[in-house]
Design a protein around this ligand. Structure first.
Ligand SMILES: [Mn+2]
Length: 467
C-alpha cells in the first residue's frame, strides 16, 4: 500500500495551525466560556452540501456554520457543541451522529460515534475528549442545565437593531435550533429559565483575526490575485461574461482546495450598474467596461476582490476619468482606516470624495450624469472573517470603533449613465465601476491584503497588452 494514512482535511480545517490547531480551538472555546460563564449549546449545519434531497450532488468545499467552524474547525453536518464552564465532569462535549460506514463508502470520511475506535478518532483529530451520540443531546443538556445555579442557557442566533427595533434572522438553522431549545426549556418547567444569545461575545472574540487567519487571508488574496493576472493576460480570448467567470474561477479553484468565497459577479457595460448582478450570461462589446467581483477561500478565510477593466484592454477617456475618481476615493479610505475609526467615518470619507470629484472633475469638464442612487450606492466596507460578510448582518458594527485585527473590505463604486465630450469626441455610456481591496486594521493604520492585485490604469492596460 502506497499511502494508508487517513486524511481529515475535508472534515477538519486546522486553520494552518498544524499540531497547534487543537490547542488553538480549545483556547477559543475557553475564551468564550470565560466571557459568557454559563451553559451553552451551539449547533453546526444540520445537513451538508448533499442537501435535503435524495439525489443531490451539489458540492461546496467549506460549508460549516461559521460559529461552529470558529470553535472546533469541524467541517461536517450534524454536530453540536456543549460548553459548560467550570463543570467538573467535562466542560466541553461534542455531539456527533452515529458512524455510518455506508455513508463513508459513498461520500468519504466522516466523524461518528457508536464504537470505541470511532470515538477515539474524533478525540484524536478534534482534541475534544467528551464525545457523545447526538441522540443523547436533549438528555445531557437537561442534566447539565438542572445542575446550573443560573438557570440560563446560552446559544447562538443572529439578531441586531434595525431602525431602532430589534430584528432576528428566523430563516436559518441557528434559529431552528434556538426554537428547539426554547421548547425544551419550557417543558422542563424551571422558574425563571432563560435562553441567552451569545452572539455579541462570540463576534467580539471571532472578528479580530489571529496570525494564522491573517496568513490564510493573505494566501486567499494571493491566489485570487494570480487568477486575476492570468485572466487579464488572456482576456482577448474571452468573449462573454460566463467565459470570464469560467476562466477566472478555474484559475482560483486550480490553486485552492477550499472553494470560492462566493459565486463571481462578471458584469459588462450597463449590467455592472446592478450591484449583485448574477446572471453572467451576456456577450460584451470591446468598448465596454467589465466589472468582476470574485475571490477564493484559503482554509476558512476569504478574499473578496473587485476590479473593473476595459474589455478592449484600454480605457477610453470617459472610463479612465471615472475610474480614477473611484480609485482616489479608495485610496482615501485606506489612508483613513485604523483602529478606533468607525466604518461610518470611512463611508463619509469615501462618498464625499466621489461626489465632490463628480462636480470638480467630471462636471467641470462638461460631463453630465444620472446616477442610479441618491448620494451613496452602498456601504464602502463590511467585516470579513469566517464568512465573506462577517459580523452581524444588520451592520450594527458600523458605528463601533474598529479593532486591531478586524478585516474589512474597501469597495467604493460608481454606477450610472455618463456623457461627456472630450477632445472633440462624445462618450455616452451606462457604467458600473467598483474597486475592492481587503484591509487588515492595525493600531496605527491598515495593511492592504490585496496590495499585489493590479488596479492602476497603467498596470491593468499593461497586463491586458500581454506584457
Ligand atoms: Mn465585498
Amino acid at each position: 500500500m502506497k499511502n494508508n494514512k487517513k486524511t481529515y482535511t475535508g472534515i477538519f480545517r486546522d486553520g494552518g495551525a498544524g499540531s497547534f490547531a487543537k490547542r488553538r480551538f480549545r483556547a477559543r472555546r475557553k475564551n468564550l466560556m470565560e466571557r459568557e460563564n454559563k451553559l451553552m449549546v451551539i449547533t453546526g449545519v444540520p445537513y451538508g452540501p448533499e442537501g435535503k434531497t435524495v439525489w443531490s450532488y451539489a458540492y461546496c468545499a467549506t460549508y460549516q456554520e461559521p460559529s461552529m467552524m470558529y470553535l472546533t474547525g469541524i467541517n461536517q453536518s450534524e454536530v453540536v457543541l456543549l460548553l459548560d464552564p467550570g463543570s467538573k465532569e467535562s466542560d466541553e462535549i461534542l455531539f456527533v451522529a452515529e458512524k455510518d460506514l455506508n455513508l463513508e463508502f459513498w461520500n468519504g470520511i466522516r466523524f461518528g460515534v457508536g464504537d470505541e475506535k470511532s470515538v477515539r478518532e474524533v478525540q484524536k483529530v478534534t482534541g475534544i475528549q467528551d464525545v457523545r451520540d447526538i441522540r443523547d443531546l436533549k438528555k445531557v443538556v437537561e442534566e447539565r442545565f438542572r445542575k446550573q445555579k443560573k438557570k440560563q442557557l446560552g446559544t447562538f442566533w443572529v439578531e441586531g437593531i434595525r431602525n431602532g427595533r430589534k430584528v432576528e434572522i428566523k430563516t436559518d438553522h441557528n434559529w431552528d435550533f434556538k426554537s428547539k431549545l426554547s421548547g425544551w426549556l419550557r417543558s422542563w418547567k424551571t422558574k425563571g429559565a432563560e435562553l441567552v444569545n451569545i452572539m455579541k461575545n462570540h463576534f467580539d472574540l471571532r472578528l479580530p483575526l489571529d496570525d494564522y487567519d491573517v496568513d490564510s487571508t493573505q494566501k486567499a488574496s494571493d491566489v485570487t490575485g494570480s487568477a486575476f493576472k492570468t485572466t487579464l493576460r488572456n482576456f482577448r480570448e474571452l468573449r462573454n461574461e460566463y467565459q470570464v467567470q469560467g476562466f477566472i474561477e478555474g484559475q482560483m479553484l486550480m490553486n485552492s482546495p477550499y472553494g470560492l468565497s462566493f459565486p463571481s459577479i462578471v458584469a459588462s457595460g450597463r449590467n455592472a450598474t446592478v450591484l449583485h448582478y448574477m446572471k453572467n450570461d451576456d456577450e460584451f462589446s470591446r468598448n465596454e467596461l467589465v466589472l468582476i467581483d470574485f475571490g477564493v477561500r484559503w482554509m476558512t478565510m476569504h478574499a473578496d476582490i473587485s476590479r473593473t477593466i476595459p474589455a478592449s484592454g484600454k480605457f477610453n477617456p470617459l472610463q479612465k476619468m471615472l475610474y480614477e475618481i473611484v480609485l482616489k476615493a479608495q485610496k482615501a479610505v485606506q489612508g483613513k482606516a485604523k483602529a478606533g475609526v468607525t466604518i461610518n467615518e470611512l463611508n463619509d470619507c469615501c462618498w464625499e470624495s466621489i461626489n465632490s470629484d463628480l462636480e470638480t472633475v467630471f462636471r467641470k469638464a462638461g460631463g453630465r450624469c444620472k446616477l442610479k442612487y441618491e448620494s451613496r450606492p452602498h456601504g464602502v466596507s463590511h467585516l470579513m472573517g469566517e464568512q465573506e460578510h462577517d459580523g452581524d448582518p444588520f451592520r450594527n458594527y458600523l458605528s463601533q470603533p474598529m479593532q486591531p485585527g478586524w478585516l474589512i473590505s474597501n469597495e467604493p463604486g460608481l454606477y450610472g449613465a455618463f456623457r461627456i465630450k472630450l477632445n472633440g469626441k462624445t462618450y455616452d455610456e451606462e457604467i458600473g465601476i467598483r474597486i475592492e481591496d481587503n484591509l487588515l486594521i492595525t493600531k496605527t493604520g491598515c495593511r492592504n491584503m490585496s496590495r499585489k492585485i493590479p488596479k492602476s490604469v497603467a498596470e491593468i492596460e499593461k497586463l491586458m497588452a500581454g506584457k
